[in-house]
Design a protein around this ligand. Structure first.
Ligand SMILES: [Zn+2]
Length: 417
């Protein structure tokens, strides 16, 4: 029997023993672990949604004795209670392997000096990279909780070749560098690896423009449920995220949750080797486009070539569905705007109103400032033609939009229901 099927059956047996919520789901459709004879049989198994994890919070899905858990991580809980996931020794080894795979594919070597700007703590990102890259052999600058000015101080003095960060943080560092008169292009960076938030193509362009066209900007993808980053990893071709072989993937219709033959759909993930918190057919809420064409890097694993959007990032306005990533792509194409923006939804006289606040770079010259009003009108016009709805645009100077630490929240929905 194929190794992956064996691993899946082993996982299912453990679930059957420890996880009454998923066992119950399996019993309802009359499926036992040994009924799974190939990966195609996976579709016979019930789906898992985030709601299932909270039916017996926090440990309902744990499939090991509690004493075997070595560390806990958790999601940020921006949309409710944070999901707490435990990791056994084996899970941590798997996490390191996933980090090694993604690091290699990004062309990062043991000789690289890596500055990690992501927070260390319950959030999986920072510590996964810290542990994984340390074991891989890189020199680490754990600049997790320092101010942006100090990030730049370490960058100038320790000269990292790799930056591990999030798209908005990378741009924020750039913005502060402009204020301080530091030329970030002089720092010998060869790779900026970003995660935690979605990297849109327009944002990638902006980061490259800021740090240098020869710097590769590659993206990590993952979630607390899958031990953190590492299920999707972008190679230096920057043409999509290769999917990790430690999981299996399906696409379903986001509405009906039925498997789809199309190459676009909601990504459903099954863990093959996770010990403490295995997930079977987990609906990620992420709508993606998958390509099975071989990548020019030579790797033939399927790739996520586009994040169409997370279903929980979708904004419904005046009956029109808009994905945040589309709005970001739209805004980032304006060179004079920095990376910071927010979308405010209100309703006046029972009509939805959308307002977008976007910041421009701090050092615009006098002529550029004079044409701001005209630019604002042009952006409003372009938005209307792209999205079919009117948005009122406010152009603000740098640092006008309040940024709270943690995951950036772009949408403020102030509509009364
Ligand atoms: Zn590739």
């Amino acid at each position: 029997m194929e190794e992956k099927v064996k691993a899946l059956r082993k996982t299912l047996r453990r679930i059957y023993k420890y996880n009454p919520i998923y066992k119950d789901k399996m019993d309802k459709v009359g499926i036992k672990p040994n009924d799974i004879k190939s990966l195609d049989d996976l579709s016979k198994l019930p789906l898992t949604t985030k709601k299932d994890f909270f039916k017996d919070y926090p440990e309902g899905f744990y499939c090991v004795d509690k004493k075997d858990i070595m560390v806990y991580h958790s999601s940020s809980g921006t949309t409710g209670k944070p999901l707490i996931v435990g990791l056994t020794k084996k899970d941590m080894q798997l996490r390191d392997k996933m980090c090694k795979d993604s690091t290699e594919i990004m062309g990062i070597t043991k000789d690289d000096i890596v500055q990690i700007c992501l927070g260390f703590g319950m959030f999986t990102g920072g510590l996964t990279f810290y542990e994984g890259l340390k074991k891989y052999g890189c020199q680490i600058i754990p600049a997790a909780t320092v101010s942006t000015e100090m990030q730049l101080f370490y960058m100038e003095n320790l000269r990292p070749t790799v930056l591990v960060s999030s798209p908005s943080q990378v741009m924020h560092i750039y913005e502060v560098s402009r204020k301080l008169g530091i030329d970030v292009k002089k720092i010998p960076l060869k790779n900026i690896r970003v995660g935690s938030e979605l990297l849109t193509e327009a944002m990638r362009k902006k980061i490259k423009k800021a740090y240098g066209e020869d710097v590769s900007v590659t993206q990590d993808y993952g979630m607390t449920e899958t031990l953190g980053p590492g299920i999707g990893m972008e190679c230096t071709e920057e043409s999509g995220l290769h999917l990790s072989e430690y999981y299996t993937y399906e696409l379903v219709d986001p509405k009906t949750k039925e498997p789809t033959e199309k190459n676009v759909g909601e990504l459903v993930v099954t863990s093959l080797y996770n010990e403490a918190f295995p997930i079977i057919r987990y609906c990620t809420n992420d709508i993606v486009e998958i390509s099975k064409e071989p990548c020019s890097c030579g790797n033939i694993t399927p790739r996520i070539v586009k994040f169409i959007g997370r279903s929980d990032d979708m904004i419904k306005i005046k009956g029109v569905k808009v994905f945040l990533s589309q709005v970001e792509d739209f805004l980032m194409n304006y060179d004079f705007l920095n990376h910071q923006y927010e979308i405010i939804l209100t309703n006046e006289n029972f009509k939805d109103k959308i307002t977008i606040n976007a910041e421009y770079f701090i050092d615009l010259n006098k002529e550029e400032l004079e044409v701001l009003e005209k630019r604002k009108k042009n952006i409003e016009k372009a938005f209307k033609s792209e999205f079919g709805i009117f948005a009122s645009i406010n152009l603000l100077t740098t640092n006008s939009i309040e940024i709270k630490p943690g995951k950036v929240k772009r949408v403020k929905d102030l509509r009364e229901v």
